[in-house]
Design a binder for this molecule. Structure first.
Ligand SMILES: CC(C)(COP(=O)(O)OP(=O)(O)OC[C@H]1O[C@@H](n2cnc3c(N)ncnc32)[C@H](O)[C@@H]1OP(=O)(O)O)[C@@H](O)C(=O)NCCC(=O)NCCS
Length: 215
């Protein structure tokens, strides 16, 4: 459990195998969550269960009664009123972030251990790519991952408002060394007025991003 600028985060290690989740672990879910978990298989089941257990811990931490966290028709986790929350998983780790209040909240966790600069032209706007390529070669991949991760967190925070696919070219992210990142939106003409607050922190070789969106 860790307090972050955008809320409280809970992280859990996930087992490295896609074996069915043990009944004793499923018992830690609320009945509606358990029913959904039982309909899933493999890593998807492991990730869903991990995310819901982490979310369950956060309700308690924030002093709220725990309610089942199911997904809406777009995949966003649905929380009761007065709370916002978001989930991100990698194969061995899940992170959930929750905060009081309204607006949108997104969290994302990304690895930097394998250089995949080939994705940069797909996830960055031309001016972002230009800025990345102006960096010393050894910094380019980490800078790209930060921008990518913040964009994924933006998607999770903003999608519940826009309810449409948001492309990687619809925002530019300008990372700061202190982790307080600037977001420059390029949304549709009717989609102005959103305020973005974006942060990233390094957890070993991983970047953990969070975004709060308000209108
Ligand atoms: C939806 C998406 C952001 C998920 O990210 P990911 O790196 O694939 O996976 P993560 O493990 O980090 O996140 C998965 C969690 O995202 C959440 N999520 C999925 N769809 C969501 C949505 N529409 N809104 C909010 N949260 C959503 C869910 O909680 C899910 O976990 P769960 O199913 O166990 O509850 C990504 O797959 C995607 O489609 N991106 C679209 C393009 C994009 O990111 N554009 C950025 C421009 S702003």
């Amino acid at each position: 459990m860790r307090a972050l600028p955008h809320g409280i985060a809970a992280a859990l290690h996930l087992p490295p195998t896609p074996d069915p989740v043990a009944p004793a672990i499923l018992e830690r879910l609320l009945p509606e969550e358990r029913r959904h978990a039982e309909s899933l298989g493999g890593f998807r089941q492991v990730q869903f269960v991990g995310g819901r257990i982490a979310m369950g811990m956060l309700f308690h931490e924030l002093g709220f009664r725990r309610v089942p966290v199911l997904s809406d028709e777009h995949g966003a986790p649905r929380l009761g009123s007065g709370l916002v929350g978001s989930i991100s998983h990698k194969q061995d780790l899940v992170v959930a972030l929750m905060a009081r209040g309204g607006g949108g909240l997104g969290v994302d966790l990304e690895e930097t251990d394998r250089d995949r600069m080939s994705i940069a032209p797909r996830v960055l706007r031309p001016e972002e790519l230009e800025a990345v390529m102006a960096l010393p070669a050894e910094r380019r991949w980490c800078d790209t991952v930060v921008r990518f991760s913040v964009k994924e967190a933006i998607y999770k925070a903003l999608h519940p408002f826009l309810k449409r696919y948001i492309g990687f070219g619809e925002v530019a992210v300008w990372p700061s060394p202190e982790g307080l990142d600037r977001v420059e939106p390029f949304l549709g003409p009717e989609e102005g007025g959103y305020q973005f607050e974006a942060r990233h922190v390094w957890v070993g070789s991983r970047v953990l991003s969070s975004v709060r969106v308000r209108r």
